[in-house]
Design a protein around this ligand. Sequence first.
Ligand code: NAD
Length: 355
Amino acid sequence: MTAFWAEPDFDAHECVQLVHHRASGLTAIIAIHSTHLGPAAGGTRFWHYADPAGAMRDALRLSRGMSYKNAMAGLPMGGGKAVILAGADAAKTPAILAAFGDAVDALGGRYITAEDVGITEADMVAVSQRTKYVSGLPVAGEGSAGGDPGPFTAMGIYHGIKAAVQHKLGRDSLAGVHVAVQGTGSVGGGVARLLAKDGAKLTLADIHATRAADLAGELGANVVASDAIMSVGCDVFSPNALGAILDEDGIARLDCAIVAGGANNQLAKAEHGALLAGRGILYAPDYVINAGGIISVATEYLARRDGVAADINEVRKRLAQIPGRLNAIWRESDASGDSSDVVADRMAQELIGRG
Ligand code: NAD
């Protein structure tokens, strides 16, 4: 057996906890990558893994990603992630959520949890019955920070696309800029609505064809089949569905000047960042441009911890810093010749004391 420390995805994580609770049937991994900047924040994924090694890989990779994302968002939070290994029937019981809340609580605030794939706001409310180290809970009403992170993620991406268009195309307005949006769910739909307000020309695609068609009808946009969206001739390709779409085949198909969207882990492998740059395409590193959601979640948590109301203006202020960070990355990329993903990783590592 390989030593755990030699696992390719192990990156000197501060703590990797395996949790098994016999009475409820909970099996989980809580990975704390770094608390250098503050408590390790990152969501909980509920997923059935055919092979438990896949769950460990997810926990290790995603927690490191959260360290980078939180650092680059300027948040006083480290990076962590939890994975609950669902059974084949994917049953999520109150007992499992309660036991998970106890496991988070036992870490004494080193790890702060929230929603990720397979976990709803109601699940987080259940977890919050057992621990205060939780965020992404329902909020008081419109205009409050916190709650569903999707609209905040979309707003950050919109700011990032504007910055990319300015940097690459030298245009100060989005009017007439053609953006191809892959995925019209919570994030992609929000991005499309914001772009439409600025007069961008939109082409949309979703594997749920009616979802894209309905939004296109509302916004006066075009629709293409989901397997055609990556080759649409456009200014900006905005991926807001799956990760790992930027592989050799995907990059070869692109007919755009910019890739800027919210999907996590867009580059299939590290070397694909250089391939994209080699084609002259400007890339907005995913964890920098899609940080709006965690900005809201962290602001909500810190306010609740301090017993004050979460301030929407604080969230807006942090969201408005996303373009500045992207510009710093692109400037450094232009100066050094390193691709923007490599530059972003380097900056994040320095911020978390691992430069
Ligand atoms: P969502 O489920 O609301 O929307 C995803 C949409 O993509 C769905 O409409 C789905 O039908 C569509 N889709 C899936 N595969 C597709 C394909 N091959 N081609 C076209 N469309 C496809 O999810 P979301 O919350 O909007 O998240 C979208 C992406 O953004 C994910 O990668 C997620 O990890 C990332 N992200 C989300 C947030 C957030 O706050 N929600 C924050 C950071 C990153």
